[in-house]
Design a protein. Structure first.
Length: 178
């Protein structure tokens, strides 16, 4: 897919849904998309479709670091945008969700997104510009029964994103929360 090298965007959760649609749309607009997916078979499928694809498991720090390193190799060390979309939601009454299940929800939706952002930020700072787009949810603003773990993780992502936006004001790096 034809692209503009200095407009490289890493899209997490690009194997399906919103992430896949965003990756396609960015490619159609001339962006260099690095499409990430957790499962190797999805990475292979994305590659076969013409994407530059990397494996990325947001619950695994080593995977996050490897994906950032691979992205920087593919882009010549530049990253214009990060679309933090990867995540999952689990259903259930809060009284039935174990500590381990709640931790798993936060590992991906909050801690993984945070760690990935931390690793990409120095590249953007060196460039003097960048865009970080955090894909949250309406459930990050309004709680809904049986979606407590997911809602809590998205509330946390909202707070982290708002804080990051304030901290990066004036740097040329914009944080957008959708």
């Amino acid at each position: 897919m034809a692209s503009t090298p200095d407009r490289s965007v890493l899209v997490t959760g690009a194997s399906s849904g919103i992430g896949y649609t965003v990756a396609q749309g960015l490619c159609a607009r001339g962006y260099r998309v690095i499409a990430s997916a957790r499962k190797q078979e999805d990475v292979q499928r994305l590659s076969a479709e013409g994407f530059t694809a990397v494996q990325l498991d947001l619950a695994n720090s080593a995977s996050i670091r490897a994906a950032v390193e691979a992205t920087l190799v593919h882009t010549g060390g530049r990253v214009y945008g990060l679309f933090n979309n990867g995540g999952f939601g689990q259903l259930g009454a809060l009284e039935d969700i174990t500590r381990e299940a709640l931790r798993a929800q936060f590992e991906v939706n909050v801690f993984g997104a945070h760690e990935l952002t931390r690793l990409i930020l120095p590249v953007m700072r060196a460039q003097g510009q960048g865009r970080i787009i955090q894909n949250s949810s309406l459930l990050g603003l309004v709680a809904l029964k049986y979606r407590g773990a997911y809602s809590a993780s998205k509330f946390a992502l909202e707070a982290l994103s708002d804080t990051l936006r304030q901290e990066l004001r004036g740097t040329g790096i914009r944080v957008v929360l959708i």
